[in-house]
Structure formats: structure tokens, C-alpha cells
Ligand binder design. Structure first.
Ligand code: TYM
Length: 328
């Protein structure tokens, strides 16, 4: 059985990008030994309100379940409830070099927006992420395209550890979806659709059908009025085509063919909105049931216990290998 690990930050409302890039893949790994984490300690690398963070953590756990993850099969848990994450994170930070962390694209983007006061956690984020993954000896990590570089660093740190202290960690690979590995903003298709930019360019998983339809209708396209994929000259349409392909299961070419005779983008947008609404409606209904029910706490407590068994064992192996444990 392969070991799967992935996580999502409760740092904002989940988007269609999170779903297509990551969650939709999670569901396909339920027969493996899979761990899906709500990475709340990663969320605090930028300031969070306590009340909001608690609510979003719960809401994200409910969305994991609502999107089809079965807690009987996979382990769903909150990062801060398994202290081994922070413990191995410190080890990974000690193995990291400032230069390689400063070169991380996401760090540069986020730190660049903050001007002077940059939280140190933002820089230490990638070794923390490496710890999350290595703690479970994961083989594959389902993520969107933007996490590839962090996965490379994870492999580098695992290799570095193994080289210095003996074979301890497996080298994980990123598993990305076929389509929509990088869903772009509907308003600015050169920018990633992101939780932190809650505007009409971002479709939220909990958006109502009317809101979804309005956002898609207003999506930026181009004036050519011919539907085909061309990322350079038609980034808006190409993004919509990728979303359509990811949800419908059709290839981009099949979609282009389907709309070959249709004038303009109107009908395509109407159909795309129906696809997105059709995808989100059952998830939202399930989400409401979970949030109203009382099972969530038990699932998260059991998940943390199960995760800790594996995490503690691997943490100890690492501590023994590097001389932190009193005995070997
Ligand atoms: P986060 O919370 O930003 O995003 C969660 C997942 O959603 C994917 N994603 C996207 N995919 C396609 N298009 C988009 N516009 C889009 N936006 C986000 C991300 O690639 C990610 O897979 N560092 C991680 C969280 C993390 C983690 C881990 C992931 C912490 N530890 C260990 C895997 C394994 C992050 O910030 O994801």
C-alpha cells in the first residue's frame, strides 16, 4: 500500500482551485494508507484571528468529509493536535539553509507583499511542510502545481538527513491532477485563484449557485469570441477550459469541438456555471449536515490519535538516528 499525505491551510475560505488541484485527488486515494491534515500551524505563518481560525479549522474538517473522504478509511486530523509535526519541523529547520529558503517562490511572493515586518514563520514554512510529509514516510503527496517546489525541498531535506544520519526517510513525490493543477483567478487569469483574495475572481466552495453563476458570467475573456486553448494569448478562456475539462472529464480538445459552431462565449459560460454548480451542490448539502451534526469532534480526536501513533514512531527514529534520543 502506498502512503499518501496532504494538507490544506485553514487560512481562508476554500476555493474551487483547492478543490480541483488537491481535494478532488484526495478522494481517489482512499484505498491507500492516507493522511489528510488540516494544517492550522501553517495558517499562523500570517496573522490569524483566534475565533476565525477555530471556525475555519472546523469548517475545513467538515469540507474534507463533505467532499467524500471517509474517516473509516483515511485519517483526518488537525496538525496542532499531533505535536510530533512541530518537533520534526524543528529538526528540518536545523537542516535547512537560509539561502535555499529565501529562494522559495511562495516565500518571495508573500514576503514581498508584506514589505518590512515579515514573520519568520513564513520563511520556515517549507521545512515545516517537509516535516509533515516525512513524518508519515509518505510516498506521494497530492497537491496543486504551486507546491512542487516545496516538494522538491522536502526531498532535498530527506536526502540530506539520510546522508548525514543514515537511511531514515523515504523520498516523496508530488502527485498532481491531470487538469486544473493551477486554477487562475477569473478576474486576473495571470494570477492564481487564491483563498486570500476573496473577490469575484475566486469561486468559493461554499458560494451559492447564483454567486457562482454571476462570477463565471463576469469572468474575463477576450474579444476573439472563438473557443480554443491558448495559454499565452487567451489566458482567461484557457483557464475556463481547464476548469470545464477537470469537472466534465472531457479533454480540452473535445470541449473545443463541442463549441466549434457556437458563436461567442455566452453558452460556454452558462454550461460551465451549471457544471460548477452541479459539482458544488452535493458537497454543500453534505457540509451543512456535518456542521449541524455532532460526529466531527469524535472523527478528529480519533484521527489525531491514529496519526500520532505513526508520527511518534517516525519522529523517534529520526531522533535516534541523529543522537537526540538518549538511547539508540
Ligand atoms: P494551500 O492551503 O495553499 O492549498 C491547499 C491545496 O490546494 C492547492 N491549490 C490549488 N490548486 C490548483 N489551483 C489553485 N489555484 C490552487 N490553490 C491552491 C495547493 O497546491 C494545495 O495542494 N503548503 C500547503 C499546505 C501544506 C501541505 C503540507 C500540503 C502544509 N503541509 C504537506 C501537502 C503536504 C499550502 O499552502 O496549501
Amino acid at each position: 500500500m502506498t502512503v499518501i499525505f496532504s494538507g490544506i491551510k485553514p487560512s481562508g475560505e476554500l476555493t474551487l482551485g483547492n478543490y480541483l488541484g488537491a481535494m478532488a485527488q484526495f478522494i481517489t486515494y482512499q484505498e491507500e494508507e492516507a493522511y489528510f491534515c488540516i494544517v492550522n500551524q501553517h495558517a499562523i505563518t500570517v496573522p490569524q484571528e483566534a475565533v476565525e481560525l477555530r471556525l475555519r479549522t472546523r469548517s475545513l474538517a467538515a469540507l474534507y468529509l463533505a467532499s467524500g473522504l471517509d474517516p473509516q478509511k483515511v485519517t483526518i486530523f488537525i496538525q496542532s493536535e499531533v505535536p510530533a509535526h512541530a518537533q520534526l519541523a524543528w529538526i528540518m529547520m536545523s537542516l535547512s539553509q537560509m539561502g535555499e529558503l529565501e529562494r522559495m517562490t511562495q516565500y518571495k511572493e508573500k514576503a514581498g507583499n508584506l514589505h518590512e515586518s515579515i514573520p519568520a514563520g513564513l520563511l520556515m514554512y517549507p521545512p515545516f511542510m517537509a516535516a509533515d510529509i516525512l513524518l508519515y514516510q509518505a510516498d506521494a503527496v497530492p497537491v496543486g502545481d504551486d507546491q512542487q517546489q516545496h516538494l522538491e525541498l522536502t526531498r532535498t531535506l530527506a536526502q540530506r538527513f539520510n546522508y548525514r544520519f543514515g537511511e531514515t526517510f523515504k523520498l516523496p513525490v508530488a502527485a498532481t491532477a491531470k487538469e486544473a493543477t493551477r486554477v487562475m483567478s477569473l478576474q486576473d487569469p495571470l494570477k492564481k485563484m487564491s483563498k486570500s483574495a476573496e473577490d469575484s475572481g475566486t469561486i468559493l466552495l461554499l458560494d451559492s449557485p447564483a454567486v457562482v453563476t454571476k462570477k463565471i458570467k463576469r469572468a474575463v475573456t477576450d474579444s476573439e469570441n472563438k473557443l480554443y486553448y491558448d495559454l499565452v494569448n487567451k489566458p482567461g478562456i484557457s483557464n475556463l477550459l481547464s476548469i470545464y475539462a477537470a469537472i466534465s472529464g472531457l479533454s480540452v480538445m473535445e470541449i473545443e469541438l463541442k463549441y466549434q459552431e457556437v458563436q461567442g462565449y455566452g453558452q460556454f459560460k452558462v454550461d460551465l456555471a451549471a457544471l460548477v454548480v452541479g459539482l458544488l451542490a452535493p458537497i454543500q448539502a453534505h457540509y451543512e449536515r456535518i456542521m449541524a451534526g455532532s460526529e466531527l469532534d469524535d472523527i478528529l480526536s480519533a484521527g489525531a490519535q491514529r496519526a500520532a501513533l505513526v508520527a511518534n514512531k517516525n519522529l523517534l527514529r529520526a531522533e535516534e538516528a541523529m543522537g537526540l534520543a538518549r538511547h539508540k
